[in-house]
Write a protein that binds this ligand. Structure first.
Ligand SMILES: Cc1ncc(COP(=O)(O)O)c(C=O)c1O
Length: 353
């Protein structure tokens, strides 16, 4: 019998979450499937989202994999190309690529091909990660518009605070100003902006997290947004321990029993992708009932309080996140975000669809 941990993926949820996006916007949808489809599997996610208008990811090999699997939609490389050897592949497989730096324009200049590339010029609207500074945009546009290797240009930016109170007003005004002189398609919105800021929708929206059924907003549950979680991480209790008052649990004695109690040992640890920083009290479901973790998460196991669950024991089912337990609640307790939990799902976890 295999170790009982598994990640069940409800791929129909991805489809339904894409429909939620469709109902909100009439813009074309570039589904973000980087990081192995946010941990759901590249081809699995692409297939489930096949009603999308395009896919955005990072690795050129993944883009080629999609083309070879028969996907004909636009495919956008979100960080563009990393070296000149990428350019013939981009042209051959008809991939669109972000151009965010003068170094990339120089590589493009050295590329002997002509007229085939669709580029997305990225504007740095305040995040200061990738993109041309506002004062560089006109020159970069000029270079790309007259470039023999370039077919179409889209102007894009990425918001730093769309999911927070600060919102998008400032970077949006900056971007709109810079884009005003050009009649080219525009793309700005991630999930948060798609859901909250119709004024950012432009020609292409780029949702990621919402497609996988998690909320981009700390204060708004996914369910309230009409989203369905796709990933449920579950396992079983493989042992129980009866603690006396004063007994300690796990590495570092992070938990000490105040009174006699029973705990369950769950076959799930940080090597499965469960966050080691999940503190005492992180929510967890045992036989469908909410309980809390106790003690430090170790590589292959974690502990759950069974005080209020007298029926639970070896073999009881445990949900770490997903169906019945929002991933956001677990992420909050571990000081992280749902994105990180999904992406960290370990390769050793069996996937069930
Ligand atoms: C450039 C870009 N666009 C869109 C997204 C999707 O963001 P989200 O998952 O918050 O919708 C990301 C993800 O980080 C991104 O880097």
């Amino acid at each position: 019998m295999p170790r009982p941990i598994q990640a069940r993926l409800d791929l129909s949820a991805l489809q339904s979450n894409l429909e939620v996006a469709r109902r909100i916007t009439s813009s074309r949808i570039m589904s973000v499937i980087k990081a192995d489809g946010y941990g759901h599997g590249l081809l699995r996610a692409a297939e489930a989202l096949s009603a999308t208008d395009g896919y955005a990811l990072l690795d050129i090999q993944n883009a080629v994999q999609l083309r070879e699997a028969g996907f004909r939609q636009s495919i956008l490389l979100l960080e563009g190309f990393f070296g000149p050897e990428d350019l013939p592949v981009i042209a051959e497989f008809n991939l669109a690529c972000v151009i965010h730096s003068t170094e990339q324009i120089a590589m493009l200049d050295a590329f002997p091909g002509s007229g085939a590339l669709d580029v997305w010029l990225k504007v740095n609207s305040g995040m200061n990660r990738l993109g041309f500074a506002p004062q560089q945009v006109a020159r970069a546009m000029e270079q790309l518009r007259s470039h023999r290797a370039v077919r179409d240009i889209t102007l894009m930016t990425h918001f730093a605070n769309a999911d927070e109170a600060r919102g998008v007003a400032e970077p949006l005004a900056l971007f709109n100003n810079l884009a005003a002189p050009y009649r080219v398609p525009r793309s700005l919105a991630n999930s948060a902006a798609l859901l909250r800021n119709p004024e950012t929708h432009g020609d292409w929206v780029r949702p990621g997290i919402m497609l996988y059924g998690a909320s981009p907003f700390p204060e708004v549950p996914a369910q309230q947004l009409g989203l369905r979680p796709a990933m449920t991480l579950s396992s079983r209790i493989i042992a129980t321990q009866d603690l006396r008052a004063g007994d300690e649990v796990g590495y570092g004695a992070l938990f000490r029993a105040e009174h006699a109690m029973r705990i369950g040992i769950v076959a799930c640890g940080y090597a499965d992708g469960y966050p080691r920083h999940a503190s005492n009290g992180t929510p967890i479901l045992v036989d469908g009932q909410r309980s809390r973790t106790v003690g430090r998460v170790s590589m292959d196991m974690l502990q759950v309080d069974l005080s209020d669950l007298p029926q639970a024991g070896v073999g009881s089912s445990v949900v770490l996140w997903g169906e019945g337990l929002p991933i956001e609640d677990v992420a909050r307790s571990a000081g992280t975000i749902s994105y990180e939990l999904m992406c960290a799902l370990a390769a050793r976890v069996r996937i069930v669809t």
